[in-house]
Write a new protein. Structure first.
Lengths: 195, 150
C-alpha cells in the first residue's frame, strides 16, 4: 500500500512537471561553447539542383530551419528569417531552409517565389531528418556557430527576438535594446489560435 | 535551473511519444450487410487537447486536408461525409479545422453479386495536425474494416 502511495506521488509530481513545461521545446538559449555538439553534416539539393553541403558554411553563423509549406507556425517565422538574412548576411550569417514537403519542389518552389525568400532553401529528406533527431515537429530550428557546432535548438514557434538575440550573441554584436521590447510574435500566434 | 533541466530532459524524452499520435481512432465495429444493400459506417476520432487537424476542405492550397479512403472487398464507397469544420485564425491565416471528438461517416454499397463471407476493407486516413506552436508531419493510418456479407 505504501509503495502504491509512493508511486502515485511520483507519477503526480512527474505529470505536474510535464504540464508546467511549454509544448514548444527550447534547448537553452545559446549554449556555453563546452556544451555545443557538432551539427551533423549533410548534402541536399537547392531549387536549382545544386548540391549544398552544410560544412561549406563553416565560418558563418547558420540558422538551419526545418519547415514545410503546410506548416502555419513555420510561415510565421519566414518573414523574420528574410529580415535576418537581409540584416546580417554581410556579417558572417546565413539562413538555410530545409523544406520537408513530401510533394517536393512542386510545392516548395511556388511558395518560395511567392514569398520572395532571400535565403537558400533545400529539399529535406528522411536521412537528414534522422540525423537531426527525427524532426517530427515543425518548425525545428538549429542555430549553428562559426565552428559548425549547435549553439541552440528550438522545436516549435518561439519569438523573433529570441532568434535575434542568439544571432547577435554568436556574431558578437551588441544587442539592440529597442528591438527586444517588441512583443514576441509567438504570443500573438498563440492568442489568435485560441480564438 | 534544476526545474528547467528536468523539463528539458522530460520533454525531450516524452514529447515525441506524446504528440506524434495526436489523433485517437476507435477501431471500427465490423459491418454486416446483404449483397446489393447500402450500409453506413461511422468512424470515431478524437484529437488530443490543444491540437487540431485540417478539415477536408482547407482554404489554403498549401494545407493538407484530412482524407479517408477505402479499398478492397466488394464494397463501393458511395460517399464520405465529414463534419462541419470550425474556423480559427492562426496568425494571419484563416483555417478550417476539426478538434476534440468528431465522426466521419461512409456510405458503402455492396455489389449485387457479392459472395457471402467475411472480407476486410482497407481504410486509410491521412491527416495533418498542428497546435498553436508547431505542426506534425502528415501521417497516414491504416484502418482495417471487417465486413460480413450475408
Amino acid at each position: 500500500m505504501k509503495t502504491l502511495k509512493s508511486l502515485v506521488i511520483i507519477a503526480g509530481a512527474t505529470l505536474a512537471f510535464l504540464f508546467s513545461c511549454s509544448s514548444s521545446t527550447t534547448v537553452g538559449a545559446v549554449r556555453p561553447v563546452k556544451d555545443r555538439k557538432p551539427a551533423p553534416d549533410f548534402t541536399l539539393k537547392d531549387a536549382s539542383g545544386a548540391n549544398v553541403r552544410l560544412s561549406d558554411y563553416r565560418g558563418k553563423v547558420v540558422l538551419l530551419n526545418f519547415w514545410a509549406t503546410w506548416c502555419g507556425p513555420c510561415k510565421m517565422e519566414i518573414p523574420w528569417f528574410i529580415e535576418f538574412q537581409q540584416q546580417f548576411k554581410d556579417q558572417g550569417f546565413t539562413v538555410l531552409g530545409v523544406a520537408m514537403d513530401d510533394e517536393g519542389w512542386e510545392a516548395v518552389k511556388p511558395y518560395v517565389t511567392e514569398r520572395k525568400v532571400n535565403y537558400r532553401v533545400l529539399l529535406g529528406d528522411d536521412a537528414v531528418s534522422t540525423r537531426y533527431g527525427g524532426v517530427d515537429s515543425l518548425p525545428t530550428t538549429f542555430v549553428i556557430d562559426q565552428q559548425g557546432r549547435i549553439a541552440s535548438a528550438h522545436v516549435g514557434l518561439i519569438g523573433k527576438n529570441e532568434y535575434l538575440g542568439e544571432i547577435q550573441t554568436l556574431l558578437g554584436i551588441k544587442q539592440n535594446v529597442s528591438a527586444r521590447l517588441v512583443p514576441g510574435a509567438v504570443d500573438v500566434y498563440a492568442a489568435s489560435a485560441n480564438q | 535551473m534544476f526545474r528547467l533541466a528536468l523539463c528539458l530532459a522530460l520533454s525531450m524524452s516524452t514529447l515525441p511519444a506524446q504528440i506524434n499520435k495526436p489523433v485517437n481512432i476507435t477501431p471500427p465495429e465490423p459491418l454486416v450487410a446483404k449483397a446489393g444493400a447500402t450500409v453506413d459506417q461511422t468512424l470515431n476520432l478524437s484529437v488530443r487537447e490543444g491540437f487540431h487537424v485540417n478539415s477536408d476542405k482547407p482554404k489554403d492550397e498549401y494545407i493538407i486536408p484530412i482524407k479517408l479512403t477505402w479499398t478492397g472487398g466488394p464494397l463501393e464507397t458511395r460517399q464520405v461525409t465529414y463534419p462541419k469544420a470550425e474556423e480559427i485564425k492562426v496568425g494571419d491565416q484563416q483555417l478550417t479545422v476539426f478538434s476534440g471528438s468528431f465522426l466521419i461517416k461512409t456510405q458503402f454499397h455492396v455489389a449485387d453479386g457479392a459472395p457471402k463471407g467475411t472480407v476486410t476493407v482497407n481504410g486509410k486516413l491521412r491527416y495533418q495536425a498542428c497546435n498553436s506552436e508547431m505542426c506534425l508531419r502528415p501521417i497516414t493510418v491504416d484502418i482495417p474494416l471487417t465486413v460480413t456479407i450475408e
